[in-house]
Design a binder for this molecule. Structure first.
Ligand code: AMP
Ligand code: MG
Length: 285
């Protein structure tokens, strides 16, 4: 439904076909009642409890059988104000912080710039048994880098293939990778930027550079459209309409639940004799 099905890597994904204000897959009023927002918030909590259980099983398996190594990696990309932070708080926040591996990527440091663009990404991957969340990612290296001309095309264009190869290895080594673009409209971004400026408790989130990115809106959309089409080899992309925060959280919760379901997790069997251990404890008085 929200999964990007691109005809060919050479045909950019048509992002205009996804209305950022829409709510695909949301059940009708018969199910949600008269207030879909309230319903969705309740569902996010309910699904959140399921995610927490799944994460615990992933963590338990990673602890007991690290050689079977499974992890989950959620890659979040969005324009500024797209809701990445909110999604992390509401959806990842349902899980146990102990088993989360959350990383945010800003402009590379001097040290990072001395290495290949994937260097800092590899160092940030979730260990076995963990749920990783990338708040921005290696995709910035074909997005902001391309739009702002931070590197010539001869540098960023070969990165699509490098990203595909990297993600293929990651998936083959047991990491379930889900890539999500939180898709907001230009109007919604404007409203959220205004709200940031109006609210002294949100002003810290505003960065004057955001207005420069906003001025390059169409270039960003084109860069996203191409990245999503070119980098769908190993791990799927999802475009989530994100103008409505409650829908965004609901859809993302669903997506994570599906990702976990594919892993068919169960709690590991202990490698010790439970009865024998119980007898030892009883003998202990
Ligand atoms: P935020 O996610 O709002 O904290 O902003 C992080 C900023 O870092 C954004 O403006 C990104 O475009 C920027 N950024 C992230 N990765 C890179 C990169 N590889 N090169 C340049 N800028 C980046
Ligand atoms: Mg920002």
């Amino acid at each position: 439904m929200l999964r990007v099905e691109s005809e060919s890597p050479d045909v950019p994904v048509d992002l205009t076909a996804v209305d950022p204000g829409s709510t695909p897959g949301l059940p009708g009023r018969k199910v949600t009642g008269s207030d879909p927002k309230l319903w969705a918030r309740g569902e996010v909590e309910r699904i959140g409890a399921e995610l927490a259980t799944q994460q615990e099983m992933l963590f338990a398996r990673g602890t007991i059988e690290p050689e079977l190594g499974r992890s989950v990696l959620l890659v979040l990309q969005a324009m500024d104000c797209g809701g990445k932070d909110g999604a992390v708080k509401r959806v990842a926040g349902a899980m146990n912080p102990l088993g989360l591996h959350i990383r945010a990527f800003g402009p590379p440091t001097e040290e990072e710039r001395r290495h290949d663009f994937l260097w800092r990404i590899r160092k940030s991957l979730p260990p076995v048994g963990y749920v990783g969340v990338f708040n921005r990612s290696h995709y910035e290296d074909v997005l902001v880098v391309r739009v702002n001309g931070l590197a010539p095309e001869s540098v960023w264009r070969p990165r699509y293939k490098k990203i595909n190869d990297f993600e293929r290895k990651l998936v083959d080594s047991g990491t379930a990778v889900v890539k999500v673009m939180l898709h907001i409209s230009r109007d919604e971004q404007r409203e959220r930027l205004v709200r940031r400026l109006d609210d002294p408790t949100k002003q810290w989130k505003f960065n004057p550079d955001d207005l420069d990115s906003r001025a390059s809106w169409d270039d960003y959309q084109a860069a996203y459209a191409e990245a999503l089409a070119r980098c769908a080899d190993a791990a799927p992309w999802y475009v989530l309409p994100a103008d409505r925060k409650w829908y965004r959280d609901w859809a993302l919760s669903h997506l994570l639940r599906e990702t976990f379901a594919d892993l068919k997790l169960t709690y590991p069997k202990p490698d010790y004799d439970v009865a024998a251990q119980r007898r030892r404890l009883e003998a202990d008085g």
